[in-house]
Design a protein. Structure first.
Length: 311
């Protein structure tokens, strides 16, 4: 049986399970929103889902960590503060053990390395020989002034990559934006990531799976709305996208980086400059891949199902 840990709204997971159904392979999907009961039987673990389905850890042969975490329903914590704190710590260690056991199986990615740090990734990318933007963490206006040698060619983005949810009933997306000194209104502010602006010829989104690359060029510079960040989608006139083959030397350096990060899957973003330099931006182990799969006819969902298949 294949175990998939995801969430209710991930369409890509659903499509992968459809491919598994076509191959008549048993699978079980656990969404992070769904309450789950776990019972410990000494040498085995029993999982009970809200739809009355149950299975044993010993039955799992392959595992795909898509996103999320188990939503445990039957762990009753003490009302006494000291015991409650102790039980929470014990629970954390038990979940770590379950994740460890799953990581020992045929798998795609892991909970343990799913939450990557953009600054650390950039540092490791440079160490394997990839070109990256220059990272500056700034919290003082005077420090920002010292970067003006870039002739106002600076951008800012969030360190985490996350958006702000439920902000006065709105979601605020953290797109990459150009920034100048006039945008800095305070002498002291929350630490912010600033990078040198890199002019682009086009952008690359590449999905990496088991040492293979499924890459797509995004002609985002043709639209004012998307020229800084293609995620600020122009829905009236979408960017043109085409299949793309990364140079072998770039693929080899990214493979080296993925080995360093212990990742066998992830969505990779790059910029190609007018001088044809390849600039690495980031890798997201739980990033979307449908946007690459469909336009380029890569059938990535089928490839994931094939990777999870066991004898």
């Amino acid at each position: 049986m294949i175990l998939i840990l995801s969430n209710r709204f991930d369409t890509s997971t659903t499509i992968v399970t459809e491919w598994l159904d076509l191959e008549r392979i048993d699978w079980i999907r656990i969404n992070e929103e769904d309450p789950l009961n776990i019972h410990f039987l000494g040498s085995d673990i029993k999982f009970e889902l809200i739809n009355n389905k149950s299975f044993f850890l010993s039955e799992i042969k392959s595992y795909w960590y898509r996103r999320g975490l188990f939503n445990l329903a039957n762990f009753k914590l003490s009302s006494i503060k000291q015991f409650n704190s102790f039980q929470q710590f014990e629970t954390k260690k038990i979940i770590e053990f379950i994740m460890y056991k799953l990581d020992c199986l045929n798998k795609i990615n892991s909970f343990n390395n799913s939450d990557v740090n953009k600054l650390i990734i950039s540092d490791k990318a440079r160490k394997v020989g990839l070109i990256t933007p220059i990272d500056y963490l700034i919290s003082l206006k005077d420090s920002f002034k010292n970067l003006e040698s870039y002739n106002n060619s600076l951008i800012t983005k969030s360190v985490s990559g996350d958006c702000m949810q439920d902000f006065q009933n709105f979601t605020i997306y953290n797109y990459t934006k150009k920034i100048t000194l006039k945008d800095v209104s305070s002498d002291l502010f929350f630490p912010s990531l600033v990078q040198n602006y890199i002019e682009k010829k086009y952008e690359i989104r590449s999905f990496f799976l088991n040492n293979e690359f499924y890459s797509m060029a995004i002609l985002s510079q043709n639209s004012k709305q998307t020229e800084i960040d293609f995620r600020d989608y122009n829905k009236e006139k979408p960017n043109r996208t085409i299949p793309f083959k990364l140079p072998n030397y770039i693929e080899n350096k990214i493979k080296q980086l993925m080995d360093e990060l212990s990742l066998n899957s992830g969505s990779i973003d790059m910029i190609v400059t007018p001088q044809n330099d390849f600039v690495f931006l980031e890798v997201n182990p739980i990033g979307q891949f449908g946007m690459t799969s469909y336009p380029c006819n890569y059938n990535i969902e089928k490839l994931i199902a094939k990777t999870l298949k066991y004898d």
